[in-house]
Design a binder for this molecule. Sequence first.
Ligand SMILES: CC(C)(COP(=O)(O)OP(=O)(O)OC[C@H]1O[C@@H](n2cnc3c(N)ncnc32)[C@H](O)[C@@H]1OP(=O)(O)O)[C@@H](O)C(=O)NCCC(=O)NCCS
Length: 334
Amino acid sequence: MRRTKILGVGMYLPEREITNQDLEAMEELQTSDEWIRQRTGILTRRFASEGQSGTDLAVEASKEAIENAGLSPDDIDFIIYATLSPDYFFPGNGCFLQDRLFGDRTIGALDVRTQCSGFIYSLSLADSLIKTGQYERILIVGAEIHSTALDFTFAGRDVTVLFGDGAGAVVVGPAPEGHSGILAHALHSEGKYAKELWTEYPASAHNPRVSHEVLDQGRHYPQMNGRMVFKHAVTRMVEVSHEVLAKAGKRVEEVDLLLPHQANIRINQMVASHLGIPEDSVVNTISWTGNTTAATIPICMYEALRQKKLKENDLVLLTAFGAGFTWAASLLHW
Ligand SMILES: CC(C)(COP(=O)(O)OP(=O)(O)OC[C@H]1O[C@@H](n2cnc3c(N)ncnc32)[C@H](O)[C@@H]1OP(=O)(O)O)[C@@H](O)C(=O)NCCC(=O)NCCS
């Protein structure tokens, strides 16, 4: 059976930088650079400018990934778009991206809604579609606009300081003869914890979907049980990493690079330490990106390439945890 390989990587962060000091200066938020840095490892993040959409960011990251793969948009035959912050309720963002990048080429576009695990879920799906020969080259993009859904008052400070906007993309296709490419995936969900990290409004589960009263109560902002999410994230990311290694018949000592989801530097330090992976075999971007949800892992991959930490055939472990709860891991040869 043919194997799948990541052929190119791209990323895009909006230009507007929001430092911890900028947040500290917002009186109503009542936060500090010191608290954010110590508790999360975040120093700064990017927010989209007025009118800039998730699709706008995705277009830039996708163009770079396609170019980086040495391909043109004409070579792509399917789009997978992971996001928890679509531009609109419907249609999905994949359609907007299809129009912007591919015009008259009416290739299929699928949106994936598994939050911070969205990129790994998408990679797993793309891997199957390539292996079975259904498609030749798939564009996977993760892109988020968090900044338009954050509560810049005291009530929202735990969530607001964590998130940033951005996009990351990869192109996957058949691996060259003899290259093992992507080895295994493990995907999980546990919906009993859905309301520990979620956005309640606007929603089709409510009629009306949103009201003045609900807006006044701030129930359209994300709500999070931070401590609980933290504990589950560490446990599950470690567990699913062991699972994917076992599936592929590999030992953790063989891992050359860990690219973890970026929600909190302390989560990643604990995950690496529990797995026994040394610090210099981990790439983190959280200090300058914040949590960019589905965009995070391809951004992390891009950074690993920039730091020249990724060599042909390196064994790379990806792992993520997020709202749902969902968690996932992939293991691949670069
Ligand atoms: C949110 C998070 C950083 C909070 O860190 P923590 O060490 O658990 O802190 P706590 O929630 O226990 O809060 C400690 C104190 O800081 C306060 N605090 C919370 N947010 C704050 C902020 N932005 N600025 C200043 N103080 C803040 C709390 O009110 C609390 O005060 P108290 O002790 O007077 O009650 C941490 O729980 C976390 O990262 N959770 C996981 C988040 C995550 O991964 N989300 C996305 C999933 S993909």
